[in-house]
Structure formats: structure tokens, C-alpha cells
Write a protein of this length. Structure first.
Length: 154
């Protein structure tokens, strides 16, 4: 007779009563590749990107709009801002302008599903260090973030 096997992904109930999947239970002794401030108004995309970034070795803080991020105080270094270009309220370009007025040294990488060449050029002229058009691969994402997190050459 044949045998039947089943695989159950373990879940645990943490002290706050939330379920965690196996992926979130995996811990690494490796230092973080860097800190990513993820700013995107789409909850599902933000959540998926956040999980992907964590699994890729980054520390992630999520914000659902530009104002929530701009009100956040204290930026660990090295850090990078990964932000959607088009969000309700303050756009990515407006957030970029405000970061510049605050003399922020945080590198900014934009992501967008639809952007004009003029918007992309403006973002780069105003100091964005990268731009990813959706859909993008994990490799492309990590490459642009790793470049953004590199210390500037003296």
C-alpha cells in the first residue's frame, strides 16, 4: 500500500495573541542589510514587500502615507526610504521635497506602476537614488536598495 504524507506549516500564538507563520519564526544571526522605511498606501502590496524585504535580510518599518513617515522621528543608519510615487494626500515627489527642506540625508528610492518619463526624470534630478517600475524582481529590488545603502565615496 502507498503512504500518505502531509505537511503542516507550524503556527504559534505569540504573547499578543497574533498568529505568526514559519517564515516569521526564522531568525538570522546575520546583521541587517540595512533599515528600509517603506511608504506605500496599498496595504497588501506594502505587507508583501515588507515580508519580502525581511526575508531578504532588511529591517523594515512600514508607513501607509507620506505624512505618517514624515512625522516619524529618529532614523537609524544606514537607512533608505522606499516609497510609492503616487499616494493620496502627499505624493512621493512632495515627500521628497519636504525631506530636502528638512536637510534629510536619507536616500530615496521610488516605486511606481505608472509614471511619466518627466516625473521619473524630475525625481532623479531632485535626488532620488533609484526608481523601480512595477512589476520588479526581488533581485532588482535588493540591488537598488543595497546601492542606496552604500556609504558615499569620500
Amino acid at each position: 500500500m502507498g503512504s500518505v504524507s502531509s505537511l503542516c506549516l507550524a503556527q504559534r500564538l505569540d504573547i499578543r495573541g497574533r498568529f505568526s507563520t514559519m517564515a516569521s519564526l526564522l531568525r538570522s544571526d546575520e546583521p541587517s542589510r540595512g533599515h528600509v522605511f517603506l511608504v506605500d498606501d496599498h496595504h497588501e502590496l506594502r505587507s508583501n514587500l515588507s515580508e519580502l524585504l525581511r526575508m531578504s535580510g532588511y529591517t523594515v518599518e512600514e508607513f501607509d502615507n507620506a505624512d505618517a513617515f514624515l512625522q516619524h522621528h529618529g532614523h537609524p543608519m544606514p537607512a533608505v526610504v522606499l516609497a510609492d510615487m503616487h499616494m493620496p494626500g502627499k505624493s512621493g515627489l512632495q515627500m521628497q521635497a519636504q525631506l530636502q527642506s528638512l536637510e534629510s540625508r536619507l536616500p530615496l528610492v521610488f516605486i511606481s506602476g505608472g509614471v511619466s518619463a518627466a516625473e521619473m526624470e524630475l525625481a532623479m534630478q531632485q535626488g532620488a537614488v533609484g526608481f523601480l517600475l512595477k512589476p520588479f524582481t526581488r533581485k532588482e529590488l535588493c540591488e537598488v536598495l543595497d546601492r542606496a545603502l552604500m556609504p558615499p565615496l569620500a
